[in-house]
Design a protein around this ligand. Structure first.
Ligand code: FRU
Length: 309
């Protein structure tokens, strides 16, 4: 199966601090680390691991579509090597006059486990026609690809979804609805087959819990076959609007303690996509949700994304 993930790629600089600082405070961090980030790259990195140990690595291909600085820049080289051989970057869009990648500066609070992210990106966003050019070579590769979108730049993303519906009629489309307050994400949800909502987005829209969000969203998503919502310490929930199946699974972090929550949602997405795309026949709805939740729980109890399989 061919999976194509479309979203931004960042270089993350992470300061681990005893608590989140107040404005104008001086605070000494206990640790600094740098790693490649971005929701879709993180998700693909984890999927690469899962597939290496899973059932169908031979026929599977993982592809990233993202905007990167010049192909020969240090940043683009670092990003490429961070993703290893399992993720293809052939369809990426390189902005040759730029050398700096999108960057995130993240304060990870040991007191609460929160991660506060400030990011900066001077690379011009992908356009719909760049997307069309990027996916063209993939058309011959497979008749039933899976496209996973980070819900950002919603206007362009919606045009890209329409493009896929027209030119890849057998494709499945999932969308991550994560960013609170970003207009246009509801329209993306309505156009997708699978939608994954974050707690932040759900709360910002007035939902009190994951189930609330999913039940109401099932009335606003006309074609989705699966809706999921993650809720931090309260685990995650899933709803199949067409069958009425609903499940809630508790979080798995309590025993081991929270170490690093950066990319927990990206890990949940990897687990869910793994179940949907690569274990479709053998795993049911409950098993897919449990696996995604389990792997996200495991991730927050360790630094980074290594050895999650
Ligand atoms: C984590 C993450 C980071 C990145 C930021 C972008 O989910 O993908 O790796 O810097 O979010 O919003």
């Amino acid at each position: 199966m061919t999976l194509i993930a479309i979203g931004a790629c960042y270089l993350d600089t992470i300061l681990t601090a005893p608590h989140y600082p107040g404005e104008d405070e001086k605070l000494r961090a206990s640790r600094i680390s740098r790693r490649r980030g971005g929701n879709c790259p993180n998700t693909l990195e984890i999927l690469g691991q899962l597939l290496e140990h899973g059932p169908s690595s031979a026929e599977s291909s993982l592809n990233l579509i993202t905007v990167l600085p010049s192909k020969t820049s240090v940043a683009s080289q670092q990003i490429k090597s961070s993703l290893g051989d399992s993720v293809r970057l052939d369809s990426c869009i390189y902005r040759e006059i730029f050398s700096e990648p999108a960057s995130s500066y993240i304060i990870s609070s040991q007191a609460t486990g929160s991660r506060t992210i400030v990011n900066y990106n001077e690379l011009p966003e992908m356009t719909q026609s760049e997307f069309a050019t990027a996916v063209e070579p993939l058309r011959a590769a497979t008749s039933r690809p899976w496209f996973h979108f980070e819900g950002r730049a919603p206007d362009v993303t919606l045009e890209c979804i329409y493009y896929i519906r027209k030119h890849f009629p057998g494709a499945e489309i999932s969308v991550e609805v994560e960013k609170p307050g970003r207009p246009g994400l509801q329209e993306l949800a309505d156009a997708a087959d699978v939608v994954i909502y974050s707690k932040g987005w759900a709360q910002n829209n007035g939902y009190m819990c994951a189930e609330d969000c999913l039940r109401d969203q099932s009335l606003k998503t006309s074609r989705a076959s699966l809706l999921c919502c993650t809720w931090g310490h309260d685990g995650a929930a899933g709803l199949e609007p067409k069958t009425g199946n609903f499940a809630h699974v508790p979080a798995h972090t309590e025993e081991l303690g929270v170490i690093d929550t950066i990319g927990a949602g990206d890990t949940f997405n990897a687990g869910l996509l793994y179940g949907l795309v690569y274990r479709g026949q053998d795993w049911d709805f409950q098993k897919r949700l449990e696996f995604a939740n389990l792997i996200a729980g495991l991730k927050v109890t360790q630094e980074g994304f290594a050895n999650l399989q």
